[in-house]
Design a protein around this ligand. Structure first.
Ligand code: ATP
Length: 198
């Protein structure tokens, strides 16, 4: 049988339980065999935590789930990699069908991605609804637009809503507040040990 892979791309600055929860939920709902987390490399003009540290946190977070793995394909590249390049490289390495997992905020950014026409034709997307201010109607319009204009196939998978974002978590850590039950404990220990986000 063809293996089904879910690719979970993100900055993961830092990885949090929202990322893990939607991935596990989607894995079951969409009958995926494996979820590969792909932290982004260092963007040229954006201030973000070094890719190696973000990769290590994702690795710590995914290690205990036998269905999860973490790829360094983007974090070890010299140049900025775009999702389309990553998917084309993974297609050569993996034998199976690839799905790209996103939260609904990312759905609205897809039309700005590099080589979107090719990307949206190449892989099917799986979208988890993220608690935000976008109405169902606006979401439907965006889905229809991506479908009609690019032939995109986007599966919406209802998952529990979990209102946590890396931005908020960085703020909490900077303020010395607890992030217990929001970030995996191995990752909290890593953040404390390295003194990140202070
Ligand atoms: P930031 O606050 O820094 O933008 P983030 O929490 O959105 O970070 P990313 O690493 O950018 O985290 O997210 C990776 C992917 O996970 C994106 O597609 C995003 O939409 C999705 N995602 C992140 N948090 C959630 C959540 N709480 N529920 C559903 N999807 C999420």
């Amino acid at each position: 049988m063809t293996k089904r892979y879910g690719l979970m791309g993100g900055t993961f600055n830092p990885v949090h339980l929202g990322h893990l929860m939607i991935s596990e939920y989607i894995r079951e709902e969409m009958h995926l065999d494996e979820i590969i987390f792909i932290p982004t490399g260092n963007p040229p003009h954006k201030e973000t935590l070094d890719a190696k540290l973000r990769y290590e946190m994702v690795k710590l977070a995914t290690d205990e789930n036998p269905y999860f793995s973490t790829s360094d394909i983007e974090t070890t590249r010299e140049y900025t990699s775009y999702t389309i390049d990553t998917i084309e490289a993974l297609e050569k390495q993996l034998d199976g069908k690839l799905y790209f997992i996103i939260g609904s905020d990312t759905l609205f950014q897809l039309k700005t991605w590099k080589k979107k026409e090719k990307l949206l034709k190449k892989v099917e997307f799986i979208c988890a609804i993220r608690p935000d201010y976008v109405s169902e109607q606006i979401l439907e319009l965006e889905l229809k637009y991506l479908q009609d204009k690019y032939g995109a196939v986007i599966h919406i998978v209802p998952t529990p809503m979990y209102e946590v974002s890396s931005t908020d978590l960085r703020g909490r850590i900077a303020e010395g507040k607890s992030v217990k039950y929001l970030i995996p404990k191995e990752v909290i220990a890593y953040i404390e040990e390295k003194g990140l986000y202070r």
